[in-house]
Design a protein. Structure first.
Length: 476
């Protein structure tokens, strides 16, 4: 039975300092499922004190000890994959098979990748008479979102544990259960007390207290650009390190000569995956102007086959979006697209056909979009694709980079060489060529207002390490 009324602090489940809770709503039914406790600054102070105490000893543990710990976490995690998937499906609406395989699987994948990196990582190197040592940053505050809950938790917690850091996690109040199961996994794996702490709560209260706390050495934040700016401002007076993975409005360039049907179908399916609630979603499809009608027809065919419905029903392609607020925001942006003159190819405002409750959005496609339209500028975070026309390759690259965001980019071309050339010109932290998915060992993160710092693999581990130069260490 998952404990939603307490927090995990200093190796034990404890009551909040102040009793306060919020309802967790099932987005498919709009019904409250249960209450989850909300924390306060006083809870943050307790967790930080525990993490600070634990840092002295945990930071001195050996590589072998941390390898054994991660291996134990992996073993226990595997046994709870179905529970994690069910929790994610119920709380944020992902179809159950997708939640079990991709959502829960992403968390496991990051822990496995981190373990392999840790086994061979060089924490020291010689430079003349000096030795350069990489040491744990200290106490880490982690703030994670609801859209890929275990993916974001695991790609922060695993490398922090591998580096020798201690931490406080504030997961999203929309998806608390999978995070609480994760805390149970770490407890069963015998993570030393105080090393990992979890407090549920709201961003303006718990998140703000963590960002401002003088005894937290680093904040790792994933969420909206707006919230990320607030975190950075609050962290600035204590000059703590801030790593951020923020919003996106990623271009998907399909060039002349590319396999048009394959590229368009793949791009639309990727956009609709997770109900469009992915920061790296290919939300701006940029195609040759002469192919606009053909592309729109192919895209409409995908939208018409995309079934929005009960996350636990067989045949459901996409579930609801996470909340009423998200649904309202998406509806306003769809309406804005219509008002600003984009061509509505599929979907549109309102609930999908046959659905009378839940936060479901019709799989929506706009064609003839220009890059100055609101739907081309703002992150919609729903199953809404915009198709823009480009005169040529140069124009496509210009449109792709004309955005304050820079998280991801996608390129399909007639040859890999052409895709490589165009991919190098996209100002984004992750570029996918010819439909190849992300490599989990490669770095993930953004340019511009999509954030700073990198997660995943070796680069993710290095986020949690300080670099110390010890001169004379190797002197004769």
């Amino acid at each position: 039975m998952v404990n939603r009324t307490q927090f995990y602090i200093d190796g034990a489940w404890v009551d909040p300092v102040v009793k306060k809770s919020t309802a967790v709503v099932n987005p498919a039914t709009e019904e409250a499922m249960y209450e989850v406790a909300l924390g306060s600054k006083a809870d943050v102070d307790k967790a930080v004190a525990a993490a600070r105490r634990a840092f002295d000893s945990y930071s001195q543990t050996s590589r072998e000890q941390r390898v054994a710990l991660l291996a134990k976490i992996i073993e226990i995690y595997k046994g709870r994959m179905k529970e994690i998937g069910a929790a994610v499906s119920d709380e944020m609406g992902a179809p159950l098979p997708m939640a079990e395989k991709l959502q829960a699987g992403a968390g496991l994948g990051h822990i496995v990748t981190t373990l392999e990196v840790l086994k061979n990582y060089h924490f020291e190197e010689t430079m003349g008479t000096a030795t350069v040592v990489r040491e744990p940053v200290g106490v880490i505050g982690m703030i994670t979102p609801w859209n890929w809950p275990l993916n974001q938790i695991a790609c922060k917690v695993a490398p922090a544990l591998a580096a020798g850091c201690t931490m406080i996690l504030k997961p999203s109040e929309f998806t608390p259960t999978s995070a609480l199961i994760f805390a149970e996994i770490l407890h069963e794996a015998c993570v030393p007390k105080g090393v990992f702490n979890l407090i549920n709560g709201l961003g303006p209260e718990v998140g703000a207290a963590m960002s401002e706390h003088p005894d937290i050495d680093m904040i790792s934040f994933t969420g909206s650009t707006r919230a990320g700016i607030d975190v950075a401002r609050r962290a600035a007076p204590t000059v703590k390190r801030v790593s951020q993975e923020l919003g996106g409005k990623s271009p998907n360039i399909i060039l002349e000569g590319a396999n048009l049907t394959k590229a368009v179908i793949g791009g639309v399916m990727h956009m609709f995956n997770n109900s469009g609630q992915s920061c790296n979603a290919p939300s701006r499809m940029i195609v040759p102007l002469s192919k606009m009608k053909e592309v729109a027809a192919i895209a409409k065919g995908v939208a018409d086959k995309t079934k929005a419905g009960d996350p636990r029903a067989q045949g459901t392609t996409i579930g609801p979006v996470v909340s009423r607020n998200q649904w309202d925001k998406i509806q306003k942006l769809i309406q804005k697209g219509i008002e600003e003159g984009a061509t509505l190819v599929a979907g549109g405002p309102g609930l999908p056909e046959g659905v009378n409750k839940g936060f479901y959005v019709r799989p929506t496609i706009f064609a003839d979009v220009t890059n100055d339209m609101t739907i081309a500028r703002e992150e919609i975070f729903g199953p809404v694709l915009t198709i823009l026309g480009a005169k040529d390759e140069e124009d496509a690259v210009k449109i792709a980079n004309d955005t304050p965001y820079g998280l991801a980019g996608y390129v399909s071309a007639d040859t890999v060489e052409t895709a490589r050339r165009v991919g190098r010109r996209i100002r984004a932290g992750n570029v996918n060529l010819q439909g190849v998915p992300n490599e989990r060992g490669a770095p993930f993160g953004g340019y511009k207002q999509s954030g700073n710092g990198r997660e995943w693999g070796k680069f993710g581990l290095e986020e949690y390490l300080e670099v110390k130069a010890v001169a004379g260490y190797n002197a004769a």
